[in-house]
Design a binder for this molecule. Structure first.
Ligand code: FES
Length: 146
């Protein structure tokens, strides 16, 4: 059996929504301390709907495929839906990732949350702080594998 699904290979070789949104309403950057990979997500938000999303990922193939799939999953969706997106859902949408690569999909979940948090902070919108990473970690959130 191939190590990576066809969907992973497709999103890695032909990633969707790559780039930057200059007038983004929220930007989230996260990094994985172990591998050094970095993911940045840009959101354009209107009336609580994610009308556009772009990403830049300096990282492994699984991180790029996860970013691409995650952006597809949240585009056009309400913020509340994007906040419930888990790395598991991203990995499932890719028809699975090898166990030792699951942490790569966590970067996508974390980057989206960080971008939404940035949007809330910029606009003075109240949110449950326990559901978001520590602000002092905002630009360098370290994910630890369990
Ligand atoms: Fe670093 Fe995949 S190995 S995110």
């Amino acid at each position: 059996m191939a190590l990576y699904s066809e969907k992973v290979m497709d999103h890695f070789t032909n990633p969707r929504n790559v780039g930057k949104i200059d007038d983004a309403d929220g930007v989230g950057t996260v990094g994985n301390a172990k591998c050094g990979d970095i993911m940045k997500i840009y959101l354009k938000i209107e009336n609580d709907i994610i009308v556009d999303v772009k990403f830049n990922t300096f990282g492994c193939g699984s991180a790029i495929a996860s970013s691409s799939m995650a952006t597809e999953l949240i585009k056009g969706k309400p913020l509340a839906d994007a906040l419930t997106l888990t790395n598991k859902a991203v990995a499932e949408a890719l028809d699975g990732l090898p166990a030792h690569k699951l942490h790569c999909s966590v970067l996508a979940e974390e980057a989206i949350r960080a971008a939404i948090k940035d949007y809330y902070d910029r606009n003075g919108i109240e949110y449950d702080k326990t559901k978001f990473p520590d602000p002092s970690d905002e630009d360098e959130h370290h994910f630890e594998e369990d």
